[in-house]
Design a protein around this ligand. Structure first.
Ligand code: FAD
Length: 656
């Protein structure tokens, strides 16, 4: 049957990519349908119950700055928060939270069910409806398992690990999308028929343990930040969302640490002859940075112990996730290896570990907007683009959802630059480099990471999000208050000077470390190591004066706890970072500006690379196959040399 209503955007899949895609398109005013296998598994975490970490936390903050769901859901579900790299520079500081699985799903579902313009429907999608127009094939909707036909102007596919998913435990395997869920085989076959370029990847998960059978007295407790015994115990608990409050968090729990040992490694080695990875049963490549325990033993043969974090899965369950022993070895080996570990001698395995192989699509076959080049209106996002991780999936989902909505509205795609957002880095890496193994985000992937920090994601993106229609009025007004206070206070600090004659030596030493020999603006004093904003303001106001020639001003600070409530700490943090890193940030901005003309120079969609004189055959073939949209993208395709870029520039200048 034909479903009576038509939609602007259909999103297939209710994982981390699909939920953000559907919410984004609906927030932008598009009539949106989220079609998924099972409404009970909306926002389900297939693997570890944790969100964030280095690089990943940055993506979560960007999704949040654009009005997305992940950070707020984590604030409502987080049972342990930590700021990683807290003693390092602000660019690499990152938030990580352990989440209660059920609370996380409930928070996502609540956002979905209450989102205007969004309709949910539970059923597998088996096929896509296609039309042809002058420019070639175009998607027209989706068909479910029972033959219900839904019409739409754009479709975002976010099928995760489900396309032709195959689960491996030892030498046994069976079809599955993840443990307990059926795979998407018909849709996989249909996509193969459409000849979209694809391959196989794999990922894995550890066995889950019953907490009642763990001897925690033999493990080391690891409290979260802000918990008794944890880092920064005197400060409020960290939050993920720019709209988050520590009061939103449920009760907090510790994690526990134990280790593998020589005997564990021997047991693992004894199972190699029945490992699907080493006997050729698994063809897909696994994630380098999240390896199985058998892979770690093989790759780091000299290491006699590996750390394992025992992470609680929630407040209302005894289930524990042993982070660090992901495995697809046979169950008897899994049980023996677990019980060889200190504290786990009597552990009961609730769910066996396993590996899963699935189809992914070569992201180089996507336009920068994540629309497939082959089928107009069809967008791909999440794990099917060759990535791994909830955060990478959520960021892509939001991105594909907003670009599908822009296309439906007849507007140009929004393409963030590599200097603007980790999202820009993620998209650019995928469409220009493709993947040879599951891709995950790291701060080292971002060449402009000093300006792409977690703490300023809202200042980088919320204004754009508001313009696109992604950011609601409540978030916008909180953001504007922060942005304006920051601008006014920074200006005041730059134009308020301290006079050395009226500053006593002890007072100067207390705040600035030593006396000052001339007048300084407050902003410049803030750049001195160890000088904080609040200490600086404790210099008495009577000693300040406005810059020469400036109108006498009210010397009182623009920001205060009274005027900004919860936003105060964030504004102070921004002021301090801006002052302390001003030189580096300026240099990075200059670099971006110098490269901008070249980076954004558009290459004609119909450019014939065979006509570009002196280009090598390899470069001609690569550029013809990948069709980069800008010169910057072309430069990042492997094998495209700086010399080839110069030839392209000359060709473009001549043909104008
Ligand atoms: P998913 O979360 O897989 O969601 C896909 C959604 O689409 C599901 O709701 C599914 O029901 C629905 N769907 C699929 N096909 C159809 C269809 N035809 N019709 C209707 N609905 C459909 N990430 C890490 O970062 N580290 C890890 O260690 C790690 N280990 C993992 C281990 C396992 C066993 C698995 C399964 C995943 C692991 N991941 C890991 C990956 C992580 O789960 C994914 O990166 C993330 O969930 C991807 O989000 P997604 O939205 O793209 O897909």
């Amino acid at each position: 049957m034909w479903y009576p209503e038509e939609f602007d955007v259909i999103v297939v899949g209710g994982g981390h990519a699909g939920t953000e895609a559907a919410l984004a398109a609906a927030r932008m005013g598009c009539a949106t349908l989220l079609l998924t296998h099972n409404i009970e598994t909306l926002g389900q975490m297939s693997c570890n119950p944790s969100i964030g970490g280095i690089g990943k936390g940055h993506l979560v903050r960007e999704v949040d700055a654009l009005g997305g769901a992940m950070a707020l859901a984590t604030d409502a579900a987080g049972i342990q928060f930590r700021i990683l790299n807290s003693s390092k520079g602000p660019a690499v500081r990152a938030t990580r939270a352990q989440a209660d699985r059920l609370l996380y799903k409930a928070a996502i579902r609540q956002q979905l069910e209450n989102q205007p313009n969004l309709t949910l429907f539970q059923q597998a999608v088996d096929d896509l409806l296609l039309d042809a127009d002058a420019s070639g094939a175009r998607v027209a909707g989706a068909v479910t398992q029972t033959g219900i036909r839904f019409r739409a102007r754009a479709v975002v596919l976010t099928a995760g690990t489900f396309l032709d998913g195959k689960i491996h435990i030892g030498l046994q395997n069976h079809p599955g999308g993840r443990a307990g869920d059926a795979p998407a085989q018909r849709l996989s076959a249909r996509l193969k028929e459409l000849q979209l370029p694809q391959g196989r990847l794999k990922t894995g998960t550890p066995p889950r343990l019953d907490g009642r059978s763990i001897d925690f007295s033999r493990c080391t407790e690891q409290p979260g930040d802000g918990m008794p015994g944890g880092a920064n115990a005197e400060r409020p608990l960290p939050v993920f969302s720019f709209m988050g409050q520590p009061a939103m968090h449920p009760a907090q729990l510790p994690c526990w640490i134990t280790h593998t040992n020589e005997r564990t490694h021997e047991i693992i080695r004894s199972g190699f002859d029945r490992s699907p990875m080493y006997t050729g049963q698994i063809e897909g490549v696994g994630p380098r940075y999240c390896p199985s325990v058998e892979d770690k033993i093989k790759r780091f043969a000299g290491k006699d112990s590996h750390q394992i974090f025992l992470e609680p899965e929630g407040l209302t369950t005894n289930e524990f996730y042993p982070n660090g022993i992901s495995t697809s070895l046979p169950f008897d080996i899994q049980l023996e290896l677990v019980r060889s570990i200190e504290g786990l001698e009597r552990a009961h395995i609730l769910r066996p570990g396993y590996a899963i192989e699935y189809d992914y699509f070569d992201p180089r076959a996507l336009r920068s907007s994540f629309e497939t080049r082959q089928i107009g209106g069809l967008f791909f996002a999440g794990q099917i683009n060759g990535t791994t991780g909830y955060e990478e999936a959520a960021a892509q989902g939001l991105y594909a959802g907003l670009n599908a909505a822009l296309q439906v509205r007849g507007q140009a795609a929004w393409l963030p630059g590599r200097d603007q957002a980790y999202l820009g880095v993620l998209v650019d890496d995928l469409v220009t480099q493709g993947v040879s193994e599951p891709y995950r985000m790291f701060t080292s992937r971002a060449e402009y990471r000093l300006q792409l920090r977690e703490d300023n994601a809202d200042l980088r993106l919320t204004e754009i999000g508001h313009r696109l229609g992604l950011v609601d009025e409540a978030r916008w007004s909180v953001f504007c208050r922060k942005r304006d206070a920051l601008a006014r206070e920074t200006e005041r600090l730059k134009s308020t000077w301290v006079n050395p004659r009226t500053l006593s030596q002890p007072e100067a030493e207390r705040v600035l470390g030593k006396a000052i020999e001339r007048e300084y603006p407050l902003f410049e004093l803030l750049r001195r190591p160890g000088v904080g904003y609040e200490a600086l303001l404790s210099l008495e106001g009577g000693r300040w004066r406005p810059a020469t020639g400036a109108e006498p001003d009210d010397p009182r600070p623009v920001v205060s706890r009274e005027t900004l409530d919860d936003g105060y700490a964030a504004v102070v943090e921004q002021i301090e970072i801006a002052a302390q890193y001003a030189g580096y940030i300026e240099r990075q901005r200059d670099e971006v500006e110098r490269g901008a003309a070249y980076e954004n120079l558009r290459l004609p969609a119909d450019m014939d690379y065979h006509q570009v004189a002196a280009l090598s055959i390899e470069v001609r073939q690569k550029l013809s196959a990948q069709r980069p949209e800008t010169l910057g993208q072309a430069a990042r395709i492997s094998g495209v040399t700086p010399a080839a870029i110069s030839l392209l520039l000359i060709h473009l200048k001549r043909s104008r």
